[in-house]
Write a protein that binds this ligand. Structure first.
Ligand code: ATP
Length: 199
C-alpha cells in the first residue's frame, strides 16, 4: 500500500484545487519558508480524522479553510482526498485503490467519504487500525513529534508498539465489548430493582 495521490481544495494555503501525484519511492517537497510544505502533511493528517485544531497548528477547526488574501476571497469549504494503492489488500476493502475524502464547511457541517460513499469518521479510523497510517499511526511524523514520543508516558509510547504489532483493533473491540457489558450490568440492576418493587 502506498499513497498515490493527494487532492486538496480550499485547505489552508491551497485556495485552488491542487493534485499531487506520488509514485512508489521517495518524494521530497521543497519550497521557501511559509510556502505550505507542512500544510501538505496537515492535509493527510486531517483527512485521516484529525480532530485537534492544535495538532493542525490552528486555533479552531475552521482554520483549515482557506482564509483569503488581499486578492482572494476566502473559501467556503475545505476538501482533501487521498488515494491509496491497495493492490496488496492491506486495507480490508475489495478495491485496488481506496480514496478517503473529508470536507468541512464554515457552518461546521462536515462529511467523510470512502470511495465516494458517505461514511462516519469511525469507519475511516477503523479502516486504518494496525496499518500505521491512521491519525494515531506512526507514518506521519510531524515537527517535534520525535521529542514528544520520547518524553511520552510509557503507556502512551506503548500505543505506538500496539499499532505496529497489529493489536489495536482487538483492543478497541475489547473496550467496546466491555462498555456494552457494563451497560448490560446496569440494565440488569435496574430490572432487578423494578422486579423487587413489583414483588
Ligand atoms: P516552514 O518551512 O517555515 O516550516 P512551510 O513551507 O512548512 O514553512 P506551512 O507552515 O505549511 O509552510 O504554511 C504556512 C502558510 O500557510 C502561511 O503562509 C499561512 O498563512 C498559510 N495558511 C495557514 N492556514 C491558512 C488558511 N486557513 N488560509 C490561508 N492561508 C493559510
Amino acid at each position: 500500500m502506498y499513497l498515490k495521490c493527494l487532492e486538496v481544495h480550499g485547505f489552508k494555503s491551497f485556495a485552488n484545487k491542487i493534485v499531487f501525484d506520488f509514485h512508489n519511492g521517495i518524494t521530497g517537497i521543497v519550497g521557501p519558508n511559509g510556502s505550505g510544505k507542512s500544510n501538505v502533511a496537515d492535509a493527510v493528517r486531517w483527512v485521516l480524522g484529525e480532530q485537534s485544531a492544535k495538532q493542525l497548528r490552528g486555533a479552531s477547526m475552521q482554520d483549515v479553510i482557506f482564509a483569503g488574501t488581499e486578492n482572494r476571497n476566502p473559501q467556503s469549504y475545505a476538501y482533501v482526498a487521498i488515494t491509496l494503492d491497495n493492490s496488496d489488500h492491506q486495507l480490508a476493502l475489495d478495491y485496488e485503490e481506496v480514496t478517503i475524502a473529508r470536507r468541512v464547511y464554515r457552518s461546521g457541517e462536515s462529511e467523510y467519504l470512502i470511495n465516494g460513499n458517505v461514511c462516519r469518521m469511525k469507519d475511516v479510523k477503523e479502516l486504518f487500525y494496525d496499518t500505521g497510517i491512521g491519525k494515531e499511526g506512526y507514518s506521519i511524523i510531524g515537527q517535534g513529534q520525535i521529542d514528544r514520543i520520547l518524553s511520552n508516558k510509557p503507556e502512551e509510547r506503548r500505543e505506538l508498539f500496539d499499532e505496529a504489532a497489529g493489536i489495536v483493533k482487538f483492543k478497541q473491540r475489547k473496550n467496546e465489548t466491555q462498555k456494552q457489558l457494563e451497560n448490560e450490568r446496569e440494565n440488569l440492576v435496574r430490572v432487578n430493582d423494578i422486579l423487587a418493587e413489583l414483588e
